[in-house]
Design a protein around this ligand. Structure first.
Ligand code: GDP
Ligand code: IMO
Ligand code: MG
Length: 424
């Protein structure tokens, strides 16, 4: 049976949690494939509101096995806390599987990110300070510790001693911080090891066997295409790859297993943290999106920057991910605007671009080219079918579809599972 990939097409917070929860009812596995607890995915269903950071967004369904695949960086203390909180809400987390190959976020990653962001001053990236960049950095430098290292205490200590020697020098000699104690880390992590033991498994093998047995697999990305380490607005990106290609690398399954790549598209655009954002609106329209869309970060509570829908970036996301369909979210937030703008390209450096400009300096100075569409006045969050939407709202969705060249399969008009309107 084929697998599908669900991912963000913008700078994150497109509504991936809501979309995955809605789409997951026919799935057998829902798999998180990158990022860590920098993500915040909101699910509102069955009378519950969940803010998931590491747990895949299919956790509400009893028949689904939730999997955290190799490419995710796991803060074990955070994972255990999230699992305990879900259990307290009566949600069964016993089937959660975390790959033994996942790299762990260690206390020195958190310490180092704090001091390096401070060191960057006004050039700081505005990260979520969850240790994501330092953990992926150590993975690439081949000095990371993996979940499986927890189950050989001698190896864990050895690796920790080697890495801590260097980290403590950096922390104390460069940043004037107190060095970290290996003993304390060993004690804490051996405690996490015991609690996590029943959940640690071989994600790739599990998924391979599932696919062979005709099971349905959904691969869930975190962040978004423009935050991708390779394809995003570097250096204002996260340290992993949200794009579709990485879902396969992380889950350890082949490209021929995948037949759907679903791009989650917010009907406008938001961004948290620093970096270019050509369609950002600093006036009352941006404020209206922020208030109506409740645009505050799920993880850090920071106010999200808001702006108009950017079809040039949407086309780019469709291209680099090979999107087969779009799931448009938060259309309800745009009700009541007299008119709406969609960016179709940019002017920069005396040229016109209808795609992501080839040099970052051009993107930083890009002036959006807008077309204007008619707004609609009535609230749409209680409308129960796509056909029932006001004509200008359907026109707006049609225009997104035409400009991106990818069909829209669902339009979301509210945060709850039921507020999802299949198209056609
Ligand atoms: P994610 O990180 O992509 O999963 O998105 P977040 O959960 O961080 O942010 C999306 C926010 O919008 C959450 O608070 C959702 O509950 C909410 N949301 C999702 N879809 C809709 C929608 O169609 N309309 C409205 N009004 N809110 C939505
Ligand atoms: P979800 O999955 C929005 C942003 C941070 C910062 C940059 C790097 O909920 O869509 P990091 O801590 O990853 O090193 O920070 O990336 N960022 C997100 N923005 N949604 C997210 O996740 C994000 N995860 C990271 O704000 O600008
Ligand atoms: Mg989020």
């Amino acid at each position: 049976m084929p697998a599908s990939i669900v991912l963000g097409t913008q700078w994150g917070d497109e509504g991936k949690g809501k979309a995955v929860d809605y789409l997951a009812d026919r799935m057998d596995f829902v798999v998180r494939y990158q990022g860590g607890n920098n993500a915040g995915h909101t699910v509102i269903a069955e009378g519950r509101l969940l803010k998931l950071q590491l747990t895949p967004s299919g956790i509400l369904y009893d028949h689904i096995t939730s999997v955290i695949a190799d490419g995710v960086v796991v803060d074990p203390q955070h994972l255990l806390k999230e699992m305990a909180e879900l259990s307290e809400l009566g949600i069964d987390v016993s089937r959660l599987v975390v790959s033994g190959n996942c790299h762990m976020i260690m206390p020195y990653h958190l310490e180092l990110e704090k001091v390096t962001e401070r060191f960057l001053g006004k050039n700081a990236l505005g990260t979520t300070k969850r240790g994501i960049g330092p953990a992926y950095g150590d993975k690439a430098a081949r000095i990371g510790l993996r979940i499986q290292d927890l189950y050989d205490e001698q190896i864990f200590r050895q690796k920790l001693d080697i890495v801590l020697r260097e980290k403590n020098l950096v922390l104390s000699k460069i940043y004037g911080r107190l060095p970290l104690e290996a003993e304390q880390i060993v004690e804490d992590y051996m405690g996490y090891a015991e609690l996590l033991r029943p959940h640690v498994g071989d994600a790739s093998k599990l998924l391979h066997e599932g696919l062979r047995a005709g099971k349905h697999v959904m691969l869930e990305g975190a962040q978004g295409t423009l935050l991708d380490l390779d394809h995003g607005t570097y250096p204002f990106v996260t340290s992993s790859n949200p794009v579709a290609g990485y879902a396969l690398a992380s889950a350890g399954i082949g490209p021929r297993e995948v037949d759907r790549v679903i791009g989650i598209v917010k009907a406008y655009v938001t961004r948290v943290g620093a970096g270019p954002f050509p369609t950002e609106d600093f006036g009352p329209d941006g404020d209206r999106m922020s208030v109506r869309g409740k645009e505050f970060g799920t993880v850090t509570g920071r106010k999200r920057r808001c702006g108009w829908f950017d079809a040039a970036l949407g086309r780019y996301a469709a291209r680099v991910n090979g999107l087969t369909e779009l799931f448009v979210t938060k259309l309800d937030v745009l009700s009541g605007f007299e008119s709406l703008r969609i960016c179709t390209g940019y002017r920069a450096g005396g040229e016109v671009f209808d795609d992501f400009p080839p040099h970052q300096s051009l993107f930083h100075d890009a002036e959006p080219i807008y077309e204007e569409l008619e707004g609609w006045h009535q609230e749409i969050d209680e409308i129960g079918s796509y056909d029932g939407l006001p004509a200008p709202a359907k026109k707006y969705v049609d225009r997104i579809q035409d400009l991106l060249g990818v069909p829209v399969s669902v339009v979301s008009v509210g945060p709850a599972r039921g507020q999802s309107l299949p198209v056609g």
